[in-house]
Design a protein around this ligand. Structure first.
Ligand SMILES: [Zn+2]
Length: 278
């Protein structure tokens, strides 16, 4: 009887130790910090780590020209819970297919983009119905730890594999990501400013806005400042600038425009490879 009692205690304890060691030693697994962490890879690529350690990637072009550690970042990324893609262009799809194949992370996108991406290699079983949506809709994922709303964008969206003609990938968008016990983050995707951005804070207070400012293919600093005025976030973080010489908008010009347009939102400029705690 004593021996039985011994095993009743020992076996669960041994399992608990193994689970604990495993969860703390797998590279790329985030230990829960109770806070939301935001990491910038450059261009529009961000990693969001939730308070319980879930990992979301948005527009994961890790191997972009301004990320000196792109290849290492890609190699070290062993666990991802969700991959969010705003539209089909290469600087947003980025390394998503390689990441999906090695992490089994499902794709959050419009159904049109999801379908288009499966034709260029995104595994079909990782584009399930429950992570797909469309504008005006909001989905709850990861046991309701994140809510993701599909926000329109004024841009274009097509997917192309090497050498083949581009195929239409539905309308482009942005995401409003609400983290349980964390912030609400609006990733604009690539877009011009549009007046309906002013509807977003009527439904949900935005804490952090990730705003494209590079000009030419998206809004530049002047129009981005107007966008911030519509969304009224606590903090705006610029993205989609400086990756190529053609993306000429700068954080300095953005600050000048925010001041000129009397927008009170705080500008926070991230460096590539930097983490901020939200
Ligand atoms: Zn882009």
């Amino acid at each position: 009887m004593k021996l039985k009692r011994f095993f009743q205690v020992l076996i669960p304890a041994a399992i608990a130790i193994v689970v604990f060691l495993f969860s703390t030693t797998i590279p790329g697994t985030a230990a829960p910090t109770g806070k939301t962490q935001l990491y910038w890879y450059g261009q529009s690529a961000f990693r969001i780590t939730t308070p319980t350690g879930k990992i979301l990637l948005v527009d994961p072009w890790l191997t972009n020209p301004v990320n000196p550690n792109g290849k290492t970042d890609l190699a070290n990324l062993n666990r991802v819970d969700l991959i969010l893609i705003t539209h089909g262009h290469f600087d947003h799809v980025g390394d998503a297919i390689a990441i999906a194949k090695k992490t089994n992370a499902p794709l959050v996108s419009t159904a049109d983009l999801g379908r288009a991406l499966t034709t260029v290699g995104y595994p079909q079983n990782l584009v399930p119905m429950n992570t797909q949506g469309n504008f005006g809709g909001e989905i709850s994922l990861l046991n309701n730890e994140v809510r993701i709303a599909f926000i329109p964008a004024i841009h274009s969206s097509a997917v192309a594999s090497d050498g083949s003609p581009a195929q239409f990938a539905g309308n482009p968008g942005g995401f409003l990501i609400t983290v349980q016990n964390g912030p609400t983050i609006y990733h604009t995707g690539d877009t011009d400013v549009f007046a309906d951005m002013s509807l977003i804070p009527q439904f949900r207070k935005v804490n952090v806005m990730l705003a494209c400012i590079g000009d030419r293919f998206t809004m530049g600093p002047q129009r981005a400042a107007t966008a911030v005025n519509y969304v009224k976030p606590d903090v705006v973080i610029p993205m989609h600038f400086g990756t190529f010489p053609a993306l000429t908008g700068t954080p300095q010009a953005f600050q000048t425009e925010l001041d000129r347009q009397k927008v009170k939102t705080k500008l926070q400029v991230m460096k590539v490879g930097q983490t901020v705690q939200l």
